[in-house]
Design a protein around this ligand. Structure first.
Ligand SMILES: O=C(O)CCC(=O)C(=O)O
Ligand SMILES: [Fe+2]
Length: 283
């Protein structure tokens, strides 16, 4: 039996993720898998109940000023440029990203976000949808469930995720912009399809699909093969998204330099796992 508090957090009638082994659960997983196979994306709209969104939105509002802001320019692969390939090649097309993350350890332990993220049923559901077994909550204390804060003017340019898959919970929509745009299946393990990627980056919208996620929606997507971006936030309100994460390796944590850059902090565990001295990376 699931914890009553847990089923108060998400819409358990529409999305019976707490009832593995039932027909309703299997149907839900099958629908999600179908959507991922067709589209690279799966959206459970209204996954979080309205009361939950109200509570989390308030927490997010209080925490947002503590977001670590980071500005960088990247290509879709988060790799170095390669001059030999020419200016038009996607590897050489850098676009600017401004972003803020509130580290997971700043979120109150009694938050609904933790109740949900720490529930075994959620991990089982995510593992079943992506077909990964075993799957573990991400062991990184800062990056396991950060809050992403995009302020007016911020955008997240075209990219492929380095993670195998991504899950998000939309907490607050901006007034305008902040649309998730994606080109499913543009890349595959055998072929980068650089020409197609370059076409999208040059403004060809023929393969682009768009998702205007609402507060409370859960999105699951295959970001490694789906070129995607978040368009510029407009209006006066920030966009708040929680990003719960999982890993195949129960011990894995982020790389110290990347943590410092994106989250503004590095913990002893990051240095220890990277085999670095504890006084490395001190400002
Ligand atoms: O904020 C979003 O909706 C998607 C973020 C994203 O693309 C990512 O975290 O890799
Ligand atoms: Fe992404």
């Amino acid at each position: 039996m699931a914890d009553a508090a847990l089923t108060d957090i998400f819409d358990a009638d529409r999305y019976p993720i707490h009832e593995p082994g039932t027909r309703a659960y299997d149907d839900l997983v099958a629908r999600c898998r179908e959507s991922l196979a067709d589209d690279g994306c799966c959206t459970l709209s209204g996954f979080l109940r309205p009361d939950t969104i109200g509570r989390i939105a308030e927490e997010a509002e209080c925490l947002a000023p503590r977001a670590h802001r980071h500005r960088t320019a990247h290509n879709p692969y988060f790799r170095e440029a390669n001059e030999e390939l020419g200016d038009e090649h996607p590897v050489n097309r850098f676009q600017e990203r401004t972003n803020g993350f509130v580290c997971a350890d700043l979120i109150d332990p009694s938050s609904d976000l933790w109740t949900l993220y720490n529930s075994e049923v959620l991990t089982t559901f995510v593992a079943d949808v992506f077909g990964i077994d075993p799957l573990y909550q991400y062991a990184d204390p800062l990056a396991c469930m950060p809050f992403n804060v995009m302020q007016p003017g911020d955008s997240f340019p075209w990219h492929f995720d380095t993670n195998e898959f991504t899950v998000t919970w939309m907490i607050q929509r901006p007034e305008q912009g902040g649309i998730f745009e994606y080109a499913p299946g543009i890349r595959d393990p055998e072929d980068e399809h650089y020409d197609d990627v370059a076409a999208v980056m040059s403004g060809d919208r023929s393969r682009i699909r768009t998702l205007d996620l609402g507060a409370g929606d859960m999105q699951l997507f295959l970001g490694r093969y789906t070129l995607h971006r978040v368009t510029e936030i407009a209006g006066s309100r920030a966009r708040h998204v929680a990003i719960p994460s999982w890993a195949r390796d129960p011990e894995m944590v982020g790389q110290p330099h990347r943590m410092k850059q994106l989250y503004g902090r590095v913990l002893p565990v990051h240095l220890e796992r990277a085999g670095m001295r504890q006084d490395a990376l001190v400002d």
